[in-house]
Design a protein around this ligand. Structure first.
Ligand code: NAY
Length: 288
């Protein structure tokens, strides 16, 4: 599995009745493959993981893997709070075609770090594919840094780290401590600024609908055209500002409508998008 480049954290489309819309999911994946996505992160935060049943999570992975047909990696997020449950989901996701599995640390019970390590070991022991540790302190309440990552790595086959935090200093410490580790950055609003730290790529929600903008940032950066890269990043941030006035997942789903993908609303208890929110997103400008 080559984890690199720009990887959309896929939304999960729902139909009018709130069921997973697998046809629209296939359309979305095909469109993003055409646009040059370097992989797919499925049933992550953006995919409303904790609002899906296990069966839905596994089936989503299998539909995405089938559509991708080995062209790029498919990383299945298998996070639960129980180690046994996450290990089960990991094994089933691997059977469904995932090239790697990933998880946020277990949350809610304020687990000790040694317990978190045991959780990752259970996932790792249940699969042959690599495990991508998902650092998302803002939601999980747990910070993974250069020092405690070593403890996880001792007991778990870590293939990568998804780093969804704005602390670029800590990111640099991790990069320097583990030069071989695949690191995927998770804050789209700071995509450009993660590149000099030496990340291998990025996973995020806004790559669902404005992938081309980030490809242009990456190309400009690689060619040393910093002013051009910054101008496109500013444009992406202007759009993200608008997204965050709504809610990122809700807004991403709505904006995909412009690309012919119908994603429906987010699942309860998320609220459906309002007319006022739609209005805010309607004049957001060019997505490409
Ligand atoms: C996932 O697992 O779906 C993600 O990778 C989530 C990454 C997103 N962060 C959050 C907080 O949901 O893409 C980002 C985020 O939506 C974007 O940077 C806008 O803030």
């Amino acid at each position: 599995m080559e984890l690199k480049g720009i990887v959309p954290a896929l939304v999960t489309p729902f139909d009018r009745d709130g069921n997973v819309n697998y046809e629209e999911l296939k359309k979305l994946v095909s469109l993003l493959l055409e646009e040059g996505a370097d992989g797919f992160y499925v049933t992550g935060s953006t995919g409303e993981c904790f609002l899906l049943t296990d069966e839905e999570r596994i089936h989503i992975t299998s539909v995405v893997a089938e559509t991708v047909d080995g062209k790029v990696p498919v990383i299945a997020h298998v996070g639960k709070i129980g180690a046994k449950q996450a290990a089960y989901l990991a094994r089933e996701s691997q059977n469904a075609g995932a090239s790697a599995v990933s998880s946020v640390p277990p949350f809610y019970y304020d687990f000790k770090f040694e317990e978190i390590v045991r959780y990752y070991a259970a996932i790792s022991d249940s699969v042959d594919v690599p495990v991508v540790v998902y650092n998302f302190p803002q939601y999980s309440g747990v910070t993974i840094n250069a020092s405690n990552l070593a403890q996880i790595m001792e007991h778990c086959r870590v293939g990568g780290l998804k780093y969804t935090d704005s602390n670029l200093y800590e990111l640099e410490r991790i990069r320097t401590s583990y030069p071989e580790l695949k690191i995927m950055f998770g804050q789209d609003e700071a995509f450009l600024y993660s590149l000099p730290v030496g990340v291998d790529g990025a996973i995020g929600s806004t790559y669902n609908f404005m992938l081309k903008k980030y490809q242009r940032i990456l190309n400009a950066y690689r060619e040393g055209k910093m002013q051009e890269a910054e101008a496109i990043q500013h444009e992406a941030c202007r759009i993200i500002d608008r997204l965050l006035c709504v809610r990122d997942i809700t807004a991403v789903k709505y904006l995909l409508g412009r690309k012919g993908i119908s994603c429906g609303n987010c699942r309860l208890p998320f609220s459906p998008i309002t007319e006022q929110e739609k209005h805010l997103l309607d004049d957001i400008g060019d997505l490409d």
